[in-house]
Design a protein around this ligand. Structure first.
Ligand SMILES: [Fe+2]
Length: 156
């Protein structure tokens, strides 16, 4: 019986898949939180933030699909139902946020949680010679650290 997938030990790949499913679930919650900010935001920054939050939820949607398809590539099944997403997400649900600065602060906090999770997955992937997962995480991390800087700048 085959014990590796693309040269990755199956037992290691299973651990990475568990972490990727938690990341996927967190992104689903993040996505829905972002839709809420996009819809409910009011105030003088409405036009700017309404558009910016749309950009963020579209980006989250792309990542959701990439993470799910990486899980499938590792010969596992991605979580795909709301009950499982809520069970496995490390991000909280945020509702009824109307103020721009509060939404931006919450997005910054959620990105910090996602960054931490992605760095853990990156190390797991590096240790198991899972180059494609490492590459995906590296791309997310470098773009999101820049976004955190921009959000901090908006808030200062
Ligand atoms: Fe819209």
């Amino acid at each position: 019986m085959k014990t590796t997938i693309f040269g990755i030990e199956k037992s290691q790949a299973e651990k990475t898949v568990t972490a990727l499913n938690e990341l996927l679930s967190s992104y689903q919650v993040f996505y829905q939180n972002l839709r809420g900010y996009h819809w409910n935001i009011i105030g003088k920054d409405f036009f700017e933030l309404h558009l910016k939050f749309e950009e963020y939820y579209n980006d989250a949607q792309v990542k959701i699909d990439e993470i799910a398809e990486r899980i499938l590539t590792l010969e596992a099944t991605p979580l795909h139902s709301f009950d499982k997403f809520l069970e496995h997400s490390t991000l909280p649900i945020h509702s009824n946020v109307f103020e721009g600065a509060r939404a931006v602060e919450q997005i910054r906090e959620q990105l910090e949680v996602l960054l931490e999770k992605q760095k853990t997955i990156l190390h797991m992937a590096d240790d198991s010679n899972d180059i494609a997962t490492s590459d995906l995480m590296t791309q997310y991390i470098s773009a999101q650290e820049k976004t955190v800087w921009m959000l901090r700048s908006f808030l200062s």
